[in-house]
Design a protein around this ligand. Structure first.
Ligand code: CA
Length: 240
């Protein structure tokens, strides 16, 4: 690690996802972050970048808001709607005040105006890391559903659902995978801590899903728990 150029060198190694279409900026940033000891994955489009954000675990996302496929903000909003608390530092063009406001509205945690000094970027990343360490994900949210992971209570449209412990665990698992199917096997493993190949728990799972539906979906016009034939269940619509 080049100590001379890293006066504020961080103790922790970060896994950084960088989404930036300008090749020069992308490559320079990736190299500099790498030289600071961080692991960097760089993507040139919002499409590829957010696919990675959904598929792998990162400590922070650096997101250029001026992407040619233009939908970085919409994808960020979606990521947040799925309950992701990934810290996001947005990069905006000089004087693009609208971008900045929209970025923060869509779930960016901080922004940096181009051109910026690399030290400034590092300082912002450090601040984001401190904040995210201080505030681990204590809540999960999808659409109008919210789960308080500390109190183990769930709400829809602000109304408490009154879930049992197992129903809450089931909802938590569906929320963590919102927009994607969760198999019965995974439900058995995670909610009932069942080892693979033990007796199928299909009936038990079905009964609990039915109870959860009665509390979460029956009183509301939009049904959120979908049955995925031959696989299991899914909360909300599939993503793009
Ligand atoms: Ca750009």
């Amino acid at each position: 690690m080049p100590l001379a150029s890293a006066p504020h060198s961080m103790t922790g190694r970060m896994r950084v996802l960088l989404i930036e279409d300008e090749r020069k900026v992308r490559e320079t940033l990736a190299q500099d972050l790498h030289a600071e000891g961080h692991e960097v994955e760089a993507q040139a489009t919002g499409l590829a970048g957010f696919e990675r954000a959904r598929a792998a675990a990162f400590d922070v996302l650096i997101l250029d808001l001026g992407l040619p496929d233009g939908d970085g903000l919409e994808r960020l909003r979606e990521l947040r709607a799925r309950g992701s608390s990934l810290p996001v530092l947005a990069l905006t063009a000089r004087d693009a005040l609208e971008d900045r406001v929209a970025g923060l509205d869509c779930g960016a945690d901080d922004y940096l105006v181009k051109p910026f000094a690399f030290d400034e970027l590092l300082a912002r990343l450090r601040a984001l890391m401190r904040r995210s360490r201080a505030e681990p994900a204590l809540r999960l949210q999808h659409a109008d559903v919210e789960a308080d992971l500390v109190a183990r209570r769930a709400f829809r449209s602000g109304r408490e659902l009154g879930l049992t412990a197992k129903e809450f665990e089931l909802l938590e698992l569906l929320l963590r995978n919102a927009g994607a199917p969760v198999s019965r096997k995974r439900i058995a493993e995670i909610v009932w801590r069942q080892i693979p190949r033990a007796t199928p728990l299909d009936n038990v799972i079905d009964v609990h899903i039915a109870h959860l539906r009665r509390k979460l979906d029956d009183p509301y016009p939009l049904r959120l728990i979908q049955t995925v034939r031959g696989i299991g269940f899914q909360l909300g619509e599939a993503g793009p």
